[in-house]
Design a protein around this ligand. Structure first.
Ligand SMILES: C[S@@+](CC[C@H](N)C(=O)[O-])C[C@H]1O[C@@H](n2cnc3c(N)ncnc32)[C@H](O)[C@@H]1O
Length: 224
């Protein structure tokens, strides 16, 4: 019998994909066109299917699906051990803020535990949940990970110099794209200089900007 030598079929679920065409669409394109074996589902409370039309594409990409609504509820409907990767870019902070508004601080933490155990159920053995997060969120999330059965690792996201990135990546993930954020946060009094100084000490960083650099939290499910 002939062995099939195609690309490995990778199945990706994105949580909190956003509503902007540049976020959701470039990822769907990358996920499905360049790697045709992939299937891609993106979910967001504010997801809009029309973005495909806005982007000049007549119909949905063959392997891509967009779901409007709560990502946790969508994950709960996924089959057990069905996904290789769950991805979320700046989703968790937004997820926590929404849960805090609805259920208070303790309630929000219990929502994160619920989210992590759903992720663990939905991922295949050896699968990974990959989240782009802020440094300040990392301690709590790393502490919750083993309770749900994950091994957690945190990396500083470092874009490669010789690669041309999309506008979305430039805005969300590069150092230059994030540098203005701290300035804006201070100007708009989202944070006070005292809190920033305290956080710099806690996380051992030497500039305030570093608190805004993108970090990648990888939650790995064991092989069996
Ligand atoms: C900061 S935006 C990030 C968007 C996109 N991933 C990016 O990096 O450009 C966070 C997104 O998470 C979504 N979100 C927050 N809580 C959610 C939830 N429980 N279910 C689904 N989406 C959620 C928001 O609607 C928002 O679009």
């Amino acid at each position: 019998m002939l062995k099939r030598n195609g690309p490995k079929r990778v199945s990706v679920f994105e949580a909190g994909a956003g509503k902007e065409p540049l976020g959701i669409i470039t990822q769907a394109l990358r996920a499905t066109r360049k790697r045709p074996g992939r299937s891609f589902v993106a979910s967001d409370i504010e997801a809009r299917k029309e973005i495909f039309r806005d982007f000049g594409l007549r119909k949905m990409l063959p392997n891509a699906k967009i779901l409007k609504g709560d990502s946790l509820e969508h994950l709960a409907k996924e089959k057990t051990a069905s996904r290789d990767v769950v991805f979320g870019s700046y989703f968790i902070a937004s997820f926590i803020n929404k849960a805090k508004r609805e259920k208070g601080v303790m309630g929000a933490m219990s929502e994160v535990r619920g989210l992590f155990s759903q992720l663990h159920r939905v991922l295949k053995p050896n699968g990974r949940a990959i989240f782009i997060i802020d440094l300040q969120a990392s301690d709590k999330l790393k502490a919750i990970a083993p309770i749900a059965g994950f091994r957690a690792n945190l990396f500083r996201f470092k874009p490669r110099e010789n690669v041309e990135y999309s506008d979305w990546i430039m805005k969300r993930l590069t150092k230059s794209g994030r540098e203005e954020l701290m300035e804006t946060n201070l100007e708009q009094k989202v944070v006070t200089p005292e809190v920033v100084a305290e956080e710099m000490k806690t996380y051992g960083v030497t500039s305030a900007d570093e608190l805004c650099y993108p970090y990648v939290l990888v939650l790995r499910k064991s092989k069996e």
